[in-house]
Design a protein around this ligand. Sequence first.
Ligand code: BES
Ligand code: MN
Ligand code: MN
Length: 455
Amino acid sequence: MNTYFEQNKGRFLEELMDLLRIPSISADSKYKKDVLRTAEFIKEKLEKAGADKVELCQTAGFPIVYGEKIINKNLPTVLVYGHYDVQPPDPYELWDSPPFEPVIKDEKIYARGACDDKGQMYMHLKAFEIMMQTNSLPCNVKFMIEGEEEVGSSNLEIFVEKNKARLASDVILISDTGMIANDIPSITVGLRGLSYLEVEVTGPNRDLHSGLYGGAVPNPINVLCEMIASLHDSDRRITVEGFYDEVAELSKKEREEMAKAPFSLEEYKKSIGLKDVIGEKGYTTLERVSIRPTLDVNGIWGGYIGEGAKTVIPSKAYAKISMRLVPNQVSAKITELFKKHFLKIAPPSVTVEVRPHHGGEPVVTPIDSIAYQAASAAYETTFGKKPIPQRGGGSIPIVEMFKSKLKIDSVLMGFGLDSDAIHSPNEHYGVFNYFKGIETIPHFYQNYAKMMAQK
Ligand code: BES
Ligand code: MN
Ligand code: MN
């Protein structure tokens, strides 16, 4: 292995720990200063690693860190995307150690953002540093690290529109997904889209005594629960009219190919403490979490939830609902269909409001591209095994945006594991995965530059 890498491994880990100490929670305005401090941190490290034109690009929200190294205009250009913001750590009390005081336990780094996406994003800065220090960067590279991914990347679209020339590149390289296992490498070749919205059901104009009024007036919580329950039928298909109209069905062959991926339902259930799984009839668990759309309640509230009992019929009830989308569903269209349906099923006794939040479009990335072949060969070198292409269930809105706005495909070289507990308490990232990523990325650059030259 590269001696520069060997000699600097300790520092690479220390730097990641420093990065993880900054609570860059984009969703919570209390942490605004910390999010900005994180952008500064990335800017400084990118400069130190040898990037030129490093700059904090201001947006209506948090800045985007940009930097580049153009070694020869005639060579191909890789655009690295990642995010420096993290999810809120709540519930705090379920963490075994504080979320922003990273610790290494059993060869894993525990902290919010350890895997999603600080650990994975930072691998790219270190891989770049190695290539710069060992004079082995074989093509041009641009970095675009944003601070609003966890809140929907809403200002990124404007930035991309306004900076098409600056962002011009041949491929986008992202590490913000996972792989099957440390000894079963895989490359994510698709992401689901998202429609996220909030609903509000109003019954009486004030909270009422449930004895005086109960039985004669609509209880918005009861009504909301009935409405939500009706959103799936007995086959667990979503009942919103037109919801499946644009869904691309996979061919039998494609599904057979998918089914070859190693997966144990028993282990899956065990890992999340479930007695049984559920899901859309006619599809396997792997299919349900990748090629099929979903509808889930993310939160529901209303009425009295304090200590003891209070006999009350609340005036209002609320829920946050998300739908994961697959090709060729369109986020805005699905949000509209949901709204129409939800208002239609509301009983006349209540008032219902539907408020859309952010969204994102589904995407599939090619496996016959030079970039995919270059990534595949890189994994083969460092893992000793060819990676398995696999569609992912999560969403990274920018991937489809890059494709439609810049006409550039992404390669999703994720090194996380499903068990890393991203967005959950005790998020962690394997030290193995961090170093394996740093080791694998330069091979991608080498293979890509070589294969592009032979094209
Ligand atoms: N990195 C994740 C997405 C992800 C994780 C995709 C693992 C595939 C495998 C990203 O940071 C994320 O959490 N995205 C959000 C969407 C966003 C619009 C808030 C998501 O998927 O919920
Ligand atoms: Mn992420
Ligand atoms: Mn995330």
